[in-house]
Structure formats: C-alpha cells, structure tokens
Design a protein around this ligand. Structure first.
Ligand code: PHE
Length: 348
C-alpha cells in the first residue's frame, strides 16, 4: 500500500479520536469520508490511471476506505454511548420528589358544619327546610309575635330594604322559616333550617353582619319541654363530645313561651375550674335560644293548638364552629384566608 494511503488512515484515526463529541465527530467524518475527502479524491483519480494499474489501486483504496469507515463507526458508537451516559446523569429525574399539587377548591368549614348538623337531624327523622334571605317583615317579625315597637325591629338591628313600603328585610334570624314551614305543611313537622342571617353589626371578634343560624322546629302531638331538652342534649353531645350536655336558663323570646337560653357544659373545663377563662368559672357557656312555640305563633300559622304543640331552637353556626375548634376571632371564619380554611382539610 502506498505511503500516502496509509497516512490517510492515521490522519482519520487521529481526527476521530480528537473529536470529543458527536458534532465534532460529524465534521471529522465529513473531512475523512465525505465527497471531498482525500480518499474520495483518490477514488476519482482512478480513471486517470492506466487500466493495468487500476484494479490494484482500486482495491487498495477500497480497503483503506473500509478501514476508515470501520474506525468511524466504532468511534461514533463510543461517542453515542458517552453522550447517552452523560444525559442519563445530567437529565436525571428523581421520581420520588414530591409533585407540585395544584390547589383544589373545597367547602368552607361553616358549610361542612352545616352539612354535619343537617345529617345529624336527618338521622333523627327531620327534614331540611330553607327559606329566602330577603324576607317579608310579616314573616320575619309579625307572625313571630314580634310587635312593631319591638327593639329588634329598629334600624339598629335590621337591614330594611328601600323603599320601606316593600316591607322587605334581610332576615334577622332563621325563625321565619318556622312560619313558612307551618303555613306549608300539616303536623307532624320535624325540620331543621340552616341559613344565612343578617344584622347591622360591625365586623369584630364576636360579631359579623352576615352570619348563619340553624333552627330546629318540631310540631306534633304531646310535645313537651322534655323532648326539647333531650334533643338539645343529643345535639350538644354530637357537636362537642361525650359529657357535654345542656342547661336551659329562663329567658324571653316573643315567639316561644316558655323561652330559655341554651347553655352547654363548658367544653374547656367541663365545670371543674373556677378560673376557666372560657366560661369565666361558670361551668356553662351560652350556645343559643329555645322554647315551646308560642300558641300565638301556632294560631297565626293555622296550627290546631288543642291537638298540637311544639318546640323550636336556634343556634349560631359561627359560634358552634368557634366552640368546636377553639377559634377565638370570628373574623377568621369570615375572611376566607386559605391558611385558615386549609386547617379543616379545605383547599389542600
Ligand atoms: N331566633 C332566635 C334568635 O335569633 C333564636 C331562637 C330560635 C330562639 C328558636 C327560640 C327559638 O335569637
């Protein structure tokens, strides 16, 4: 083999070895095996040779060409392997890393509590009743035996709708749903009425102008205060745990007679600490209002008071949520900060 052909092999060998990645290798291969490479030129010059020399020279060129091609192939394989190994390391994905979970919407803790309460009463055979938030004055007040001069009706408490001749208010409690239910159905009536209510209070740690109540109403034969007390005890225990029962404290509501405030056993000290800050040493905390439905209300709603009697109770949902979870500022419930709601499993 001629000297210059042998040199082509060693030049190609060096060039392929010096190529340190596939891009460099490609240009080296072009220079040493491409159309304009010395070996290709040598092949083209064959035609100028005398026919007798052509075959031998042709064979030499072919064998040099295949040697260079073989070197190229093995170098290419080597560089490809190196690149694949590097990519495996550089672009490694740790499949055990936690993923970025997209935020999911969820129900507000008040809604969850409302649903829990409805479930509890549905389990006792009650139905869920609802009424409008924009209510007639007659249903919100008059039918409930709240006379026109009652302080609850004054501008201080009630959001009246203009013009006042519409006689519409934002309901100040869920009790008008009692009236709607009694006007709608015949006893026996067992309903639980959750809903939004409105009073013109400033938002602070213990007040919010928009709040939620849940109201219970039972109208049946031979209903007594003992049924009311038993129902409330069951409700309180379901809400606040074993051992938390209720106490009725005489009070007044125009729509119930007799009426009582419902207190629950202090869920912090359980009545065992005179220093308790939650109940101020009382052993009880106020939860809601209740009573036997006033016969005047029963009559206004067309109920036969010789056959039927009933009880009603009403609680604030926000207050109930605060008691259950040790929330001390009502604003946290209202503001809708996900850092607050996430604690209840919402928005995670
Ligand atoms: N409606 C009363 C209030 O908002 C609560 C209540 C309901 C009292 C039912 C007695 C019976 O204060």
């Amino acid at each position: 083999m001629s000297e210059n052909l042998r040199e082509l092999i060693s030049a190609a060998k060096t060039a392929f070895e010096q190529a340190s990645d596939l891009d460099q290798f490609k240009s080296a291969r072009l220079s040493h095996l491409g159309d304009k490479s010395p070996i290709a030129l040598a092949n083209r010059e064959l035609s100028q040779l005398a026919p007798t020399d052509r075959a031998a020279r042709g064979q030499e060129i072919n064998s040099v060409k295949s040697e260079i091609a073989a070197m190229a192939q093995s170098r290419e394989e080597e560089l490809t392997r190196e690149r694949d190994e590097r990519i495996l390391i550089e672009e490694r994905v740790d499949v055990t890393l936690p993923t970025r979970v997209s935020q999911r919407g969820g129900l507000h803790p008040l809604t969850l509590l409302r649903d829990d309460i409805c479930d509890l009463f549905v389990g006792l055979g009650y139905e869920v009743a609802e009424g409008p938030e924009l209510e007639s004055e007659w249903l919100n007040f008059d039918a409930l035996n709240i006379p026109a001069d009652h302080p609850a009706r004054t501008m201080q408490d009630t959001f009246f709708i203009e013009p006042l001749t519409t006689k519409l208010v934002l309901r100040t409690h869920t009790s008008p749903v009692q009236v709607r239910t009694m006007l709608d159905r015949k006893p026996p009536i067992y309903v639980i009425c959750p809903g939004r209510t409105f009073r013109s209070d400033e938002l602070d740690a213990t007040h919010t102008p928009v709040f939620n109540q849940v109201e219970g109403l039972v109208i049946d034969e031979h209903i007594t205060m003992a049924h009311l007390k038993g129902t409330l005890d069951h409700f309180a225990t379901a809400m606040f745990g074993e051992g938390i029962n209720t106490r009725l404290r005489p009070s007044f509501f125009p729509f119930t007679e007799p009426s009582a405030e419902v207190d629950i056993r202090c869920f912090v000290c359980r009545g065992e600490s005179k220093e308790c800050r939650t109940c101020k040493g009382e052993g009880w905390v106020e939860w809601g209002g209740c009573g036997m439905v006033n016969p005047k209300v029963l009559i206004a709603c067309g109920i036969d008071i010789n056959r039927n009697s009933g009880f009603a109770f009403g609680m604030g949902l926000e207050r109930t949520l605060m008691f259950r979870h040790g929330i001390t500022d009502m604003r946290e419930i209202v503001e809708g900060d996900v850092r607050f709601t996430a604690q209840f499993g919402v928005g995670r």
